[in-house]
Design a protein around this ligand. Structure first.
Ligand code: PRP
Length: 213
């Protein structure tokens, strides 16, 4: 049978996931030195690893182009989910929050409010739940700029240490959802390759627990 294919989110999550694979006793030498290769053998070819941007990890898993993905809950919440979310890896911890300029009362005002975000689906769901009519403006990065430039009254964004908000005179006013790295699995793969997938998840779980001891 073909090796199971695993898509990792490039960057910080990739590095932490590879470290976890290593703690499982896998040979991670190819994944640590990919060069220009896009598909990499893991553990001597027992698995194949693909490195991708977070939304693409979800697309590949949904379409069955890969069996398994490691991606942040932020992208899962934004993009929706036609896959199984089977494990919280416990790293990549941060949160979605609504933040405003210091001293501003976002909820007191009855005027038209605008909120900038990279995550319009998450923001729309949050404001709908609160019954608030808010205009959302999609921004691609450094969303903190928008209230500083007068474009928006607040932002919905990822907060990790809170340093970026503090450095720009912004404060979080509502925590919207916790975020961490999750293991997701294609729906068909979960039926056809259940044993192999469960074996891998158990190995990840054990290595994660040992690290926590
Ligand atoms: C994220 C987020 C914040 C920052 C929060 O940005 O959008 O800007 O990290 O981290 P902190 O609370 O520890 O300061 P990212 O680095 O992903 O880049 P982006 O600006 O393109 O979103």
């Amino acid at each position: 049978m073909n090796a199971l294919k695993i898509a990792l989110t490039k960057g910080r999550l990739e590095q932490k996931t590879v470290a976890l694979f290593e703690r499982c006793g896998m040979d991670v030498s190819d994944v640590r030195a990919p060069g220009r290769r896009l598909i990499l053998p893991l553990d001597g070819g027992r698995f194949q690893v693909v490195l991708a941007k977070a939304p693409d990890v979800i697309t590949y898993v949904e379409h069955g182009a890969v069996d398994i993905g490691v991606v942040g809950k932020d992208t899962i919440l934004e993009k929706g989910q036609s896959f199984f979310e089977l494990m919280d890896l416990g790293f990549g911890r941060c949160r979605f929050a609504l933040a405003v300029r210091e001293g501003e009362d976002f909820f007191a005002t009855h005027r038209h409010r605008r909120v900038a975000t990279k995550y319009p689906a998450v923001a729309a769901a949050f404001f709908a739940q609160r019954g608030l009519d808010v205009e959302l403006i999609k921004i691609e990065g450094s969303v903190e700029l928008s209230p500083l430039l007068g474009l928006a009254d607040g932002i919905v964004d990822i907060v990790e240490t809170g340093e970026t908000l503090r450095a720009n005179g912004l404060v979080p006013v509502v925590d919207i959802a916790p975020i961490s790295a999750r293991v997701i699995v294609n729906i068909a793969s979960m039926k056809t390759r259940k044993d192999e997938i469960q074996q891998l998840l158990q190995a990840l779980r054990n290595a994660n627990q040992e690290a926590a001891l």
